[in-house]
Ligand binder design. Structure first.
Ligand code: ADP
Ligand code: MG
Length: 475
């Protein structure tokens, strides 16, 4: 495969960052992604450079899937990502080879850490390996999963399924809110089965299943796609709620499900809500899901949250005073991903500053993080301005009455963005567009949301527009 030029990589990474910024909190994005770059491409591998070992580990452990999926959406030939530490301490101003873009580097954590030897590689088992065939990450195991009252049913069911795939509960449907351990449990099932080496396992997020299906249809290789999913013994599908409104995907998934289930193969599914609460889920799929075992994961209680923090400290071999852990656990109550993020942030802070980890420092660090809004709200005018300029329209046309096709679509896109990015109410959006009725806005949002499923051009357009909204302002 041809080596990409560095300007391509710079652009590629910028687009990827734009996407990632939309899916992680502002604090996390600033901490983990701000000073990263892509240094080179080696065949199907992209090499991402991080300013220090801590960031490198964090990217590899926590954001690998997000990074890989974002890269693959733009460049499907990328199969792997390797992470390394920038070989020299970054200079204050670092020009990117082959481009005239200059990144001005502020003093960061990297500047207070002793320079790292770029060739020092962490042992793989510490960071978890990721297998492209099964999509399994070895770090998600039953051993590293803390069981509490909130998840014991799901945990027991997952173990039963992993021990006797196809025999215990089929399908197993696990549901619960964001960051509560669904993916961890699903992956743990996969890893346990895979470790025995006798059965074929495949884990997939439904979004990825959908993208693969679309690509397969476009490139006329649906048979390979079908083989890939129907030839496994254990199929694990994450975040099924995203199948809503995607008829082709529902259809293909239904057939895959039936074939596997009929042949006694195990299917495991996760969702952020129970089957009956997934709107427009086809009845035939819903009844299949309800035909197996349904287990929920709730929010962990204080004891479980502290236990999880202790487990994470043990994994990192870092001692943290009990009172600091308790403090973190009282501050972050509903999302384990965030809980873990806060712990790492506090530990990171002390590692980089060289101080002792105390309750006081913990309070300070958390205060600075929790105070920030999760996501920037983009100004309505800015959305209107960027969308109109993207489609070569004047803002007045966009908010006006014209029913011309070339105005209506951009207008609907702008409405959709205000809804999906800013969470504005339908009437508020209507107001910004010359007092249009809220039903017009609802219709626009539904239409764009629905079309995104099949319309590759629209998807690309939205990615670029979002990139302009979020990224260009900062570069
Ligand atoms: P979900 O898929 O439900 O959004 P994840 O499975 O991605 O959540 O979990 C978020 C983070 O929290 C992961 O790093 C995971 O390892 C951790 N986590 C969640 N639940 C537990 C638990 N019970 N024990 C240990 N770690 C957990
Ligand atoms: Mg998940």
């Amino acid at each position: 495969m041809a080596e990409s030029s560095s300007i391509d990589l710079v652009n590629l990474w910028r687009i990827v960052l734009g996407e990632i910024e939309l899916s992680v909190s502002k604090a996390n994005f600033t901490i983990w992604f701000k000073n990263t770059s892509v240094t080179r491409r080696e065949d199907d591998t992209i090499v991402v450079s991080a300013p220090n070992i801590f960031t490198r580990e964090w990217l590899e452990n926590k954001y690998h899937t997000v990074i890989l999926e974002a890269l693959q959406r733009i460049e499907p030939t990328i199969m792997k990502v390797r992470y390394e530490i920038s070989s020299s301490r970054p200079a204050a101003v670092r020009p990117i080879p082959g481009s005239n873009i200059v990144i001005t580097k502020r003093a960061t954590m990297a500047d207070v850490v002793p320079p790292q030897n770029a060739t020092v590689e962490q042992p793989r088992q510490e960071t978890g390996t990721w297998d492209a065939n099964s999509n399994l990450n070895a770090r998600y195991t039953f051993d590293s999963f803390v069981v509490g009252a909130n998840n014991e049913l799901a945990y027991a069911a997952a173990q039963a399924v992993a021990r006797r795939p196809g025999a215990a509960y089929n399908p197993l449907f696990i549901y619960g809110g964001v960051g509560l351990g669904k993916t961890h449990l699903l992956q743990a099932i996969g890893n346990m089965v895979a470790a025995r080496g006798t059965l074929r396992v495949r884990y997939v997020a439904i979004e990825k299943f959908m993208h693969e299906l679309i690509t397969a249809i476009q490139t006329k290789v649906t048979h390979t796609f079908k083989e890939r999913y129907r030839g496994v013994d254990v199929l694990i599908v994450d975040d099924i709620q995203s199948i809503v409104g995607k008829e082709k995907t529902q259809d293909e998934f239904f057939h895959t499900f039936n074939e596997l289930h009929g042949a006694g193969k195990q299917v495991v599914i996760s969702s952020d809500r129970p089957p009956k609460a997934i709107p427009t889920l086809e009845e035939r799929l819903r009844s299949r899901f309800e035909g197996g075992m349904i287990a929920d994961i709730g929010a962990p209680d204080l004891e479980t949250r502290i236990a999880i923090l202790k487990a994470k400290c043990a994994l990192r071999e870092t001692a943290v005073p009990e009172e600091a852990l308790t403090y973190i656990a009282t501050q972050v109550t509903s999302n384990i991903r965030e809980l873990e993020g806060m712990l790492n942030r506090v530990i990171g802070h002390c590692e980089f500053r060289g101080g002792t980890l105390t309750l006081e420092i913990t309070k300070e660090v958390l205060a600075s993080l929790l105070a920030r809004p999760k996501r920037r709200i983009i100004h309505t005018d800015r959305v209107i301005e960027i969308v109109s300029s993207y489609y070569n329209l004047r803002p007045n046309e966009l908010i006006g009455e014209s029913r011309r096709k070339e105005v209506v679509l951009p207008r609907q896109i702008a409405m959709y963005l205000l809804r999906s990015e800013n969470g504005q109410s339908f009437p508020t959006i209507g107001q910004s567009f010359g007092g249009k009725d809220h039903t017009t806005v609802m219709h626009a949002c539904e239409k764009i949301g629905g079309n995104l499923e099949t319309d590759e051009v629209l998807r690309q357009d939205l990615t670029t527009i979002k990139q302009k909204l979020y990224v260009t302002a900062e570069l």
